[in-house]
Each structure stands twice: as C-alpha cells, then as structure tokens.
Design a protein around this ligand. Structure first.
Ligand SMILES: *[C@@H]1O[C@H](CO)[C@@H](O)[C@H](O)[C@H]1NC(C)=O
Ligand SMILES: *[C@@H]1O[C@H](CO)[C@@H](O)[C@H](O)[C@H]1NC(C)=O
Length: 151
C-alpha cells in the first residue's frame, strides 16, 4: 500500500514537473551530502563519513552573457546534508555546486573528482539530488588497502 501511494505521488510530481517546465522558473532546490574520505580514493567506502558543517557554494553562469547569474552559500546540517535554494530562472545557465570549506582541518584536502558538480535547472520547486561532494585527509588510514565502494 505504501509503495502504491509512493508511486502515485511520484507520477503526480512528474506531471507537475512537466507543467512547470513551460513557465519561467521561480527556482528549485539542490541537495546532497559532503563526506570525508580518509583513504584518498575519492569515493564513499566503509571508512568514509559525512561532514556536518561543511560549506558549499552554488553558482550559475550564463555562457551567452558570460555573467554569473546566481550565487548562494550554505552549510551541511548535522547529518552532513545541504539543501539550498536556487532562486529565479536559470534555464539558460550552467550551474555548479562546490565544496569550499571543510569543518575539519584534518580532512580538508580538495578532491579532483568530488570537489564540484555541474547541474542544470530542474523543474520548479523540486529538489534536485546531486552526487556527493567530499574532502580527503593528507595521509591514509592503515585499513585503507581493503576499501569497498559504497553508495
Ligand atoms: C552554452 O551552453 C549551451 C548549453 O549548455 C551550449 O549548447 C553552448 O554550446 C554553449 N556556448 C558556448 C559559447 O560555450
Ligand atoms: C529549499 O532551500 C531553502 C534554503 O536552504 C530551505 O529553506 C527550503 O526548506 C528548501 N525547500 C525544500 C523543498 O527542500
């Protein structure tokens, strides 16, 4: 029963999304998590952990006018997730979210693969889930030779 309701609401959301796309957007949200990788492999594994209090920055860029059309900054909550509003209409823009500051000095090395992700506008008032962002440590834990990819 719960599954049926979830399916019905998913269908409704998709229907709303396609309606919303024909009008200029009022904005949408992007969310995701920030993690620490103490093995420097740049993916999530059994030794990685979420980072509450990490700073993430959103910016949208219009490549025709070559201007930055939106910026916002936020911090991950106590579970390591952020949820940020991208206000206005950005259908002509390419946006990015970037992990700019780690709350932990011992895990603050920038990643090549998960320092930033690019995204395009999603339908009005929906939350777009983005791939995880992360920081890594300077050294690696002794157990890191047996990392197993998660998530
Ligand atoms: C601008 O972005 C659009 C859509 O992503 C792309 O098709 C176009 O080639 C880009 N133009 C330039 C000058 O980079
Ligand atoms: C969108 O982001 C704003 C600002 O972070 C937040 O207040 C709001 O609750 C978010 N909305 C949704 C639907 O997650």
């Amino acid at each position: 029963m719960a599954k049926a309701i979830a399916l019905v609401s998913a269908v409704c959301i998709l229907a709303l999304a396609s309606v919303a796309q024909s009008h200029p957007s009022n904005g949408f949200n992007v969310s995701g998590k920030v993690y620490c990788d103490p093995c420097r492999v740049q993916f999530e594994h059994q030794f990685s952990y979420h980072l509450p209090g990490a700073t993430v920055r959103i910016s949208c860029f219009n490549n025709l006018t070559e201007t930055i059309t939106y910026t916002a900054e936020g911090v991950t909550d106590k579970t390591g997730y952020y949820d940020l509003r991208v206000k206005g209409d950005h259908h002509n823009d390419l946006c990015e979210v970037r992990a700019t500051k780690s709350p932990k000095p011992e895990c603050s090395v920038k990643m090549f693969h998960a320092e930033r992700h690019y995204f395009k506008q999603s339908a009005d008032n929906l939350v777009q889930d983005l791939k995880p962002l992360g920081f890594m440590t300077k050294g690696v834990l002794p157990g890191c030779s047996i990392v197993e990819k998660m998530g």
